[in-house]
Structure formats: C-alpha cells, structure tokens
Design a protein around this ligand. Sequence first.
Ligand SMILES: O=C(O)CCC(=O)C(=O)O
Length: 293
Amino acid sequence: MSNLLTIEQRQAFEEQGYLLVQGILDEQVFDSLRHVIASAINDRAELLYNEGKISSLYEDLSFYHRLTQILRESQKGPLLGWNWNKEVFSREIYELAIQPVILDIVASLIGPEITVNGDYWVRFKMPTGGQSVFPWHQDSIYYNGNADPNQQVTLSEQSQILTIWIPMVDVDEQNGCLQVIPGSHKQGLRPSHHDENGRMVPVEDVESWGKVENVSMSVGDIFVFGNLTFHRSLENNSEDIRWSIDLRYSPTDSPLEWFHEKWPGFIARSQRRPETIESWEIWRKKRTLSNLA
Ligand SMILES: O=C(O)CCC(=O)C(=O)O
C-alpha cells in the first residue's frame, strides 16, 4: 500500500469523512482537458445555432463565459449549473483518472485494487447566484435511485465509493466552493426527497450534526470524500463559470455490478492481478457498447 497519505491524514479521513490534499496536480493536466471541454461547448453551440436557438456561436468568448452566454440565450427557464459525462468522454479523462498521485491517495484509503467508476462529471456551475446552489446530500442517495430492486441490502451504503473533487479554477465562498459537515458520514444513509430541480435534499437538519466547513481550494488541490459524507456547493456569485471535475473510485470487488452496467468504468490499478488493468481502448470499447462514448 502506498505511503502517500500519512497515518494522520488517513485518520482524519476516517474521522471527518473527507480530506483536502493541496498542490498535488500539475496545472498542465488541465490544458488538454480544457480543449476537450471547449470542443464540447462548441458542439453544443453549433447544435443550438443550427436549431435557431442562439443568434451567434459566441466564439470570441472565453472558456469562463462562452457557455453561460449560450445557455442564457437558449434556455427559457432559470440558468442552472449542470454537468457533463458522455459529452466529455475522452482519453484526457482517462489520463486524469489514472494520475499516479491520485491513485496513490485512493489506494491509501481503499486499498490497491482500484476501479474507476464511470460516473465522473465535469461540472459548470453557472455564475447565477442562488440558482446555482447544489443542496446538501450524500452521494449514496443518488446511487439508491439506481440500485438493483432485487437486492435486499442498500448497496450504495455498503459499498465504498470515493469521490475525488478537482477544481479547474480556484474556488472559495464567492464562486461556489464545496461545504462539508465533519463526521456526518457516521450518521449512515439518511432520508432525502427530490427538490423542484430534481436534486435530493435531506429531510433532517443536517447542519446540526457538526460545524459546516468551507472547502476553499486552488488549482492543483484535490478534495477526497466518501459516499456518506454530507456536502453541498454554494452559489456562484462571481462573473465566471466555476469549472470542476469529480471522479469516483471503488475497491474492484465492490458489489456494484448494477452500477457498472449503467456507467461502465475500468480497473485502474491492481496489485493482485496487474494483468487485469484496463487500457483507454478497453474503456472506450465498453462505453461505446453502452452508447456512452
Ligand atoms: O461540484 C458541485 O457543485 C457539487 C459536486 C457534488 O456534489 C459531488 O461531486 O458529489
């Protein structure tokens, strides 16, 4: 097992349900990803332009503004922050997910048999104030909606799913950083209901369980949290889109078959059977078969 995380860091993760690791990703990692995302924005712009829903392709606007303008003109309702998966599926996402520093951190928390789950998200939190809030939730509550109805146990509570949350811009209270509740994972899976935007919101006063912490981060930092840790993201009151990526990892033998059928992932690291590690080509093939490439 890797020594990248210290015992103190591992204990802090166990205790609090999350861990901030600062300055571990090289900024160059994001150059190629920005191209992938810019290309997805371009595809969206061309589609909407051809449908007559926008009057310009807004090619002169920057990575931080172009999508806002495109969506503002094309959407009738509130301008919500949303996320992309299939739209940005690429070798660049694969390369990010297998960054050795990330896999070392994941390995030191869940062991050396690591699967990257297919539900990664590139998120564009729009600069639209209150509309851009992502309410308190445990990630498990979203997996429950997709759980195999024939299973007697709550797979998503039993399975360990780590999120690695990666900002592509510096984040703080102004532009919608994450917030977490230390120790909230110890409450187990809590009941929630859908809000008017289809997002899950807890039925209990989760803020009474601990002091709410802001997760201010710089580009190059990563934030790790578990599937039972209550977190949310604040409103984006800046002028720019808050771009971020979240990746998810599980021990390879987790009972998550139903999940991998929906969002095919890949084996990223294996100490026991290194020959089972799956290449970009294998992942692409799986996703193509699921119509997700
Ligand atoms: O990035 C955000 O605004 C929210 C992300 C989140 O809730 C998650 O990754 O589970």
